[in-house]
Design a protein around this ligand. Structure first.
Ligand SMILES: Cc1cc2nc3c(=O)[nH]c(=O)nc-3n(C[C@H](O)[C@H](O)[C@H](O)COP(=O)(O)OP(=O)(O)OC[C@H]3O[C@@H](n4cnc5c(N)ncnc54)[C@H](O)[C@@H]3O)c2cc1C
Length: 239
């Protein structure tokens, strides 16, 4: 049984927004998450691939990542700082990262996404059609507004970034990871694996207020210990 009940490929944003206003219509980007299983559903997908949202362009001190740019293209773009290229490349194997998009990664809000943590410390702003632009931190907290389309994510590409991770194997999705960035003498820090979404944390007190989930890979206490140690390492790496 196919997952989707119907497929739409609008030619402009206006048509895409009209389709999304109808019941059971959802955005299709790379499809790695939304099309990942074969359960029956009433979902009608609105494919954004004809809307020209895949460009990565410099915008003053910032870089604007089109929502349909793939993680693979981010990893290869000369406009992206090397530390962020590395994180984009490590996010998933080539088969997935050449499909998965910037917009899809933001909308999915996976608590294990290092890419999202890297965007969070890069002062990311999310541009949308059908809703006002907002900071990535706000969007990660509340989700994409109903019927809206992420069109781009703009980041501050200045400064130095670094990460520290612990996983079952070096290539596995980290149990906990810390990503830090230092720009203009100020360090920002984000953590994965400690909440339902990646979270910004205080570099001087990274575990404050955290209540990590527990699973077969680690207890809440273990994750808190990792968060403390990895934060110190990531902050050091971002100097
Ligand atoms: C085997 C496997 C491993 C994975 N590993 C990881 C991992 O390690 N880390 C991780 O973070 N994720 C992982 N994922 C999840 C998934 O690959 C990512 O979340 C991916 O970035 C989703 O991007 P996409 O473009 O494929 O989105 P899609 O699957 O097309 O869409 C995902 C969701 O986002 C919405 N959406 C997409 N684009 C937009 C937009 N522009 N505006 C508004 N809403 C939008 C869709 O409606 C849908 O709800 C994995 C998935 C699979 C199948």
């Amino acid at each position: 049984m196919p997952l989707v009940a119907a497929y739409h490929r609008p030619r402009n944003l206006e048509d895409a927004l009209s389709l999304l206003a109808e019941p059971d219509h959802v955005v299709l980007a790379g499809g790695t998450s939304i099309n990942a299983d074969r359960d029956a559903s009433d979902i009608e997908v609105v494919d954004l691939q004809a809307l020209g949202l895949d460009a990565i362009v410099a915008d003053g001190n910032r870089v604007r990542l089109g929502a349909m740019a793939t993680l693979g293209s981010v990893a290869e773009s000369g406009l992206i700082p090397e530390w962020l290229q590395t994180i984009s490349r490590a996010e998933s194997p080539s088969t997935l990262r050449n499909l998965a998009t910037v917009g899809g990664s933001v909308a999915t809000r996976s608590g294990e996404s290092l890419f999202l943590a890297a965007l969070l410390v890069s002062d990311a702003h999310v541009e949308m059609a059908g809703a006002d632009s907002q900071s990535l931190a706000a969007l990660v907290e509340h989700g994409v507004p109903d019927g809206a389309i992420i069109t781009a994510v703009s980041i501050d590409a200045s400064g130095t970034g670094g990460e520290a991770i612990t996983g079952r194997t070096p290539a596995d999705v980290p149990i906990v990871a810390a990503v830090a960035r230092t720009a203009d003498g100020r360090t920002t820090l984000a953590l994965t694996g400690v909440a339902a979404t990646p979270v910004l944390a205080d570099p001087n007190n990274p575990t404050a207020g955290l209540r990590p989930p527990a699973d077969f890979r680690g207890t809440a206490e273990y994750r808190l210990m990792l968060a403390q140690t990895l934060s110190e390492r990531a902050v050091e790496a971002a100097r």
